[in-house]
Design a protein around this ligand. Structure first.
Ligand code: ZN
Length: 133
């Protein structure tokens, strides 16, 4: 792994992987997260990708770097890819299930039908990436 050098002071010592916590009205603690809406027009199934933030703090100057986990990053990339493909395919209802190759994907393994929305989306994006390589 590349050494993480602070862009502000050049320091190399970090306090790593801190949770980024907010408090709600009831004083409950929440992790701050990035959220991507895959299907913003939908009333019920917006296909949200949720990516909790964590932070590293430079021990030299206190600069804060936010990051998402590798799994969250993969989900966000899948979401970006599907959003771009949906826009270029001009799908009817804006749902990734209307992608021209979605039925082909389902036909290969019926188990996908029983996954949750964001899991299917990720599986479909990975399937597409394999097919189009
Ligand atoms: Zn620093």
């Amino acid at each position: 792994m590349k050494k993480q050098v602070c862009s502000q002071c050049g320091g190399e010592e970090w306090i790593k992987k801190l949770r980024v916590v907010d408090r709600g009205e009831d004083n409950a603690r929440y992790d701050l997260a990035l959220e991507m809406e895959m299907n913003p027009q939908a009333i019920l199934f917006k296909e949200r990708v949720n990516a909790p933030l964590h932070a590293d703090v430079c021990a030299g100057c206190g600069l804060v770097l936010f990051q998402v986990s590798p799994v969250s990053l993969q989900m966000l990339k899948a979401g970006k890819q599907l959003t771009e493909e949906r826009e270029s395919a001009d799908a009817k209802s804006g749902d990734f299930r209307n992608h021209p190759r979605y039925q082909e994907f389902l036909a290969e393994d019926a188990a996908y039908k029983f996954m949750e929305g964001s899991e299917v989306m990720l599986a479909f994006a990975q399937w597409l990436a394999r097919k189009e390589r």
